[in-house]
Design a protein around this ligand. Structure first.
Ligand code: FAD
Length: 474
């Protein structure tokens, strides 16, 4: 019997549970990627993320080829395409790895039923999480809404090792005239803005492993401190690879354990971040509405300001707050932003500028190569003070203090905001405090070369507190 291997966010050959299950089932395997963006509605992948997907598929296609296989591409409604593929190939089985976003879960359940009703053997596996959300709950059977007790629950659980994929015994179905080409999926935008991303990302399963090894060789030891310094390469940058499944968390955790003692601060903190990803999936799974509505319902009618011009200045990195503008420009240029800076820019948008967290989440969704419904939603609701384990509403980041603490020499700002390159370090995070002669010498006239702050920090802070206080009192 032929097995269709339906690939989605699991774009790797190693540690791929559904692929190994298909090999063990025997018979030829037909791996297929179906571009069914409509099924994800408003949260279909887009922008920078689609560029990453294109490159990931290109690389996976080459890997299958090396193993004597062929990756097929189809476009359209997943169930209709799978049925047509079953008819044309004579497949008797369809295997896939599970997804956890609301629209995917509903669709996958419907597909499973329809195929089983049609006499097809269907199998779904876990390959993207260490602990699937339905396996973790509080003592009273409720989902966790706070990270620390979640972490306490899962940290002692036995880790599954990565799945050994026995490619040598795999038999692949090939047919040159079936399906379409990767280019026909039109994942890349018409306007070639994505070309700049090429300089920052080497997209393949092998490079994901290389990045992990490089990170484990040195930076992980100081991760607990360096991960907060945006100008230091102190984090693993694996987020887009984990999102699209070029590497899996089982592989990351196995290598981490093999190379380090997790009682040490750096490695332990890194493991905890891997579990933040798991926690994000846990929240999204149990509260599938959260990409569009706050988990804490009292914030549903928050009086956001919806000012398009303010939103645009933030998107373009022209708020007049150097650390914020550096982050927004890093994002636009590279498709990624440092986590510390993600927290700072989101806080400014939601708190100082009173713009809806969903508008910020949407911009990230379009521009991040690691745009991930679970982590993005958790991150934005954390900043908005309205989600699971959110920052308390009265925590309002001071962009100057944050800048001075985490970019003390201003190197990060100077790199991404070249207008400020010659501003002395003392004023780099608050150029408006510099005497006119200093600004003149630095060749930077505020309001001309670089904007004045979009809002006064103190005023923004007080306005946000007043607005959040009102919701709290109601
Ligand atoms: P590392 O520090 O090397 O961490 C290793 C891995 O752990 C990451 O690759 C990621 O998978 C996971 N991780 C780390 N921090 C978090 C976290 N806070 N929440 C969930 N998982 C985490 N992450 C995304 O992958 N996609 C998003 O769309 C996304 N949007 C965010 C939006 C906001 C407002 C905020 C504050 C955070 C967001 N994050 C998102 C989380 C975090 O910023 C990134 O995962 C991290 O910066 C990726 O860089 P890295 O791979 O070098 O991380």
């Amino acid at each position: 019997k032929l097995t269709i291997l339906w690939l989605r966010q699991d774009l790797r050959l190693n540690d791929n549970s559904a692929l190994q299950a298909a090999i063990e089932a025997g018979g030829p395997i037909l791996p297929v990627y179906i571009d069914d963006r409509e099924a994800m509605g408003d949260w279909a992948p887009t922008g920078a993320s689609l560029w990453f997907l294109h490159r990931a598929l290109e690389s996976l296609e080459a890997s299958f080829k090396k193993s004597g296989g062929q990756l097929f591409y189809l476009k359209g409604d997943s169930l209709a395409e799978l049925k047509a593929l079953i008819d044309s190939s004579g497949a008797g089985r369809v295997y896939w790895n599970r997804r956890y976003e609301g629209p995917h879960r509903e669709r996958d359940a419907a597909i499973k039923k329809a195929l089983r009703d049609a006499g097809i053997e269907v199998k779904s596996c876990n390959t993207s999480l260490l602990n699937e959300p339905h396996t973790v709950s509080t003592g009273s059977g409720q989902p966790y809404k706070v990270y620390t007790p979640y972490w306490r629950n899962v940290k002692e659980r036995k880790l599954e090792p990565p799945v050994e994929v026995d490619l040598k015994t795999a038999d692949f179905y090939t047919n040159k005239s079936m399906g379409c080409q990767l280019e026909d999926l039109k994942l890349l935008p018409d306007h070639p803005w994505h070309r700049k991303l090429e300089a920052y990302w080497d997209v393949s399963e092998e490079s994901a492993m290389k990045y992990l090894d490089k990170f484990l060789a040195e930076p992980v030891a100081a991760y607990d401190t360096d991960r907060d310094l945006p100008r230091v390469a102190g984090t693993s940058r694996l987020s887009p690879y984990l999102h699209w499944g070029l590497i899996g968390p089982r592989q990351v955790m196995e290598r981490l354990h093999a190379t380090h003692d997790l009682r040490e601060q750096g490695p332990q903190t890194y493991a905890k971040e891997i579990y933040w990803r798991e926690f994000a999936y846990n929240v999204l799974y149990h509260f599938p509405h959260t990409p569009d509505a706050p988990l804490q319902e009292k914030y549903a009618d928050f009086p956001w300001e919806y000012d398009k011009s303010v939103l645009k200045q933030w998107q373009q990195g022209r708020t007049g707050y150097p650390i914020v503008d550096a982050g927004m420009r890093e994002l636009y240029e590279t498709g990624w932003m440092h986590n510390r800076v993600r927290m700072i820019v989101s806080s400014l948008l939601v708190k100082h500028l009173l713009q809806d967290w969903r508008d910020g989440a949407r911009w990230f969704w379009d521009t991040l190569v690691d745009a991930d419904l679970a982590s993005n939603t958790l991150g934005w609701q954390w900043s908005g003070g309205c989600g699971a384990d959110a920052a308390p509403y009265f925590r309002i980041f001071n962009p100057m203090t944050q800048g001075k603490k985490f970019d003390p020499d201003g190197d990060y700002v100077k790199h991404w905001v070249p207008e400020l390159k010659h501003i002395p370090t003392k004023f780099i995070h608050e150029p408006w405090e510099a005497p006119p002669s200093v600004l003149e010498q630095a060749g930077c006239q505020l309001g001309e070369d670089y904007p004045e702050p979009i809002i006064d920090h103190k005023k923004g802070r007080e306005r946000a507190l007043a607005a959040f206080d009102k919701v709290k009192a109601s």
